[in-house]
Design a protein around this ligand. Structure first.
Ligand SMILES: NC(=O)c1ccc[n+]([C@@H]2O[C@H](COP(=O)([O-])OP(=O)(O)OC[C@H]3O[C@@H](n4cnc5c(N)ncnc54)[C@H](OP(=O)(O)O)[C@@H]3O)[C@@H](O)[C@H]2O)c1
Length: 210
């Protein structure tokens, strides 16, 4: 599958190599293709990735993954150009600058805003509720970490579920995109548990089933 990863930081830098190693064709949509961190990610992708502008990366992809800080995401989506008909995986969280709150919520979500900006795209919220370390390795002694995803288009959600499930997550379908109103606060809870309340980043949410 041709996947554009927009933003090569903590999240993009983990998921791009994982998908490349699984045989997908990766385009990194970046502002500076020559940056050291971008070159390091290309190397980690073992030859199955190239770095290009955000617009070029998105234009050639079937799936576009947004791994940008939320305040930059509207610009990043605009730089993608026409996203109609594409699956867009939104990993972002609309965190406040001090990481203590959300800038969107209750009756709206970052994901729904992304869907409004990305006209005609099928937006799926995924890879947002846990730390990047869990995207590298979601396996825990008592089972796989869950990945809660949501979206309005079942076909796009199936694609996102397959791509994220391949990392080893237990994929949990949380219904329509408006469920991102619940998932984005969950990301804030994970951040608070990890960095504010002393649990560290080796923690993950898991849905138990009897
Ligand atoms: N970190 C985590 O564990 C984690 C987990 C789940 C979800 N998330 C969410 O995922 C998103 C990314 O997090 P992160 O920790 O990976 O962030 P990060 O390390 O700060 O990386 C962000 C990336 O976005 C790029 N970027 C910034 N503005 C851009 C623009 N206008 N157009 C294109 N690229 C742009 C940056 O590139 P430059 O080098 O050019 O600045 C950088 O490569 C955030 O919304 C975050 O809330 C993070």
């Amino acid at each position: 599958m041709k996947i554009a990863v927009i933003g090569v930081g903590n999240v993009g830098g983990v998921i791009a190599p994982r998908w490349a190693q699984a045989g997908h064709e990766i385009s990194l949509g970046v502002r500076d293709p020559q940056a050291d961190k971008v070159r390091a990610v290309i190397e980690a992708c073992g030859g199955r990735a190239q770095a290009t502008s955000v617009g070029e990366a998105a234009a050639g992809a079937e799936v576009v993954v947004l791994a940008t800080p939320f305040p930059a995401t509207r610009d990043a989506v605009a730089a993608c150009g026409d996203l109609a008909g594409k699956t867009v995986i939104d990993c972002t969280n609309p965190l406040t600058a001090d990481l203590r709150g959300l800038s969107v919520g209750f009756d709206d979500s970052g994901a729904e805003q992304v869907a409004a900006w990305a006209a005609g795209a099928s937006v799926v919220k995924a890879l947002s509720i846990t730390g990047a370390g869990n995207m590298a390795d979601p396996a825990y002694a008592d089972g796989a970490a869950s990945m809660f995803i949501c979206g309005d288009d079942d076909a796009a959600k199936a694609v996102a579920g397959e791509l994220c499930g391949a990392f080893g997550f237990d994929i949990v379908d949380c219904g329509p995109l408006s469920s991102a109103r619940l998932l984005e606060p969950l990301a804030l809870l994970w951040i608070s548990l990890a960095y504010k309340w002393g649990n560290g980043a080796d923690i993950a949410f898991r849905l138990m089933r009897r």
